[in-house]
Design a protein around this ligand. Structure first.
Ligand code: B4P
Length: 191
């Protein structure tokens, strides 16, 4: 299997690039943000709990996220060549859980794409998306807290993958096509 993790700050283009990666390599696009937003739309009790985290820019608890992910992994695995993990892992506990989940299924992570975009550009993109997205987390105050959460809780995950030797830094500034070109080079090296 080809298992790609796309990693980076909020608005670094994870969702945007994942669509192209899934299409080109025949992977299932597993976006934890999309999974959470789908649950939120149902207005279930779980959805309301999720909203209380997302609207403040906080991460939802690891256990909830890991259980949700394992279900999708088992449902989709027989149908695809691999997965693009978009927005997961976001903590060290999630990174360790993903390693275990994949090992239990006789597979592993092929490459981790580390999208390199500076904070000013991230804020600009998210405020711009906020004009039309209707997302409760695309406003100035929540964006600040998402960036803070990224730097404190998520960025250390990069060191974990660097140590494991599968981290590939991708310059995340440029046109969407240029960035996808860089991503293809990184994936084709490990395929
Ligand atoms: P996510 O849905 O993962 O979203 P994101 O970080 O906002 O965005 P992404 O990087 O995908 O940006 P996009 O391509 O859309 O997370 C949302 C929330 O869910 C989190 O804050 C958290 O609360 C929760 N959550 C998700 N996963 C979790 C987990 N594992 N554990 C706990 N909680 C979790 O790009 C953004 C904008 O930039 C778009 O408007 C796009 O058009 C634009 N753009 C993209 N590429 C561009 C380029 N090259 N140039 C200019 N603009 C570009």
């Amino acid at each position: 299997m080809l298992n790609v993790v796309i990693f980076g700050g909020p608005g670094s283009g994870k969702g945007t690039q994942s669509v192209y990666i899934a299409e080109k390599y025949g992977l299932f696009h597993l976006s934890t943000g999309d999974l959470l937003r789908a649950e939120l739309k149902t207005k279930s009790a779980l959805g309301q709990e999720i909203d209380s985290y997302i609207s403040k820019g906080n991460l939802v608890p690891d256990k909830l996220m890991i259980d949700m992910l394992a279900g999708v992994l088992d449902r989709e695995r027989p149908k695809v060549k691999g997965f693009i993990f978009d927005g997961f892992p976001r903590t060290l506990a999630q990174a360790e859980a993903l390693n275990d989940m994949l090992a239990e299924r006789d597979t592993n992570i092929s490459v981790v794409l580390d999208m390199d975009v500076n904070d000013d550009e991230l804020v600009k993109r998210l405020l711009n998306r906020g004009l039309t997205s209707g997302r409760s987390d695309d406003n100035e105050e929540t964006i600040k807290s998402r960036l803070n959460v990224y730097h404190t809780q998520t960025a250390p995950v990069a060191a974990f993958y660097k140590e494991a030797g599968c981290l590939s830094k991708i310059k995340g500034i440029g046109t969407i096509e240029e960035i996808f070109g860089r991503i293809q080079n990184a994936i084709d090296k490990v395929k």
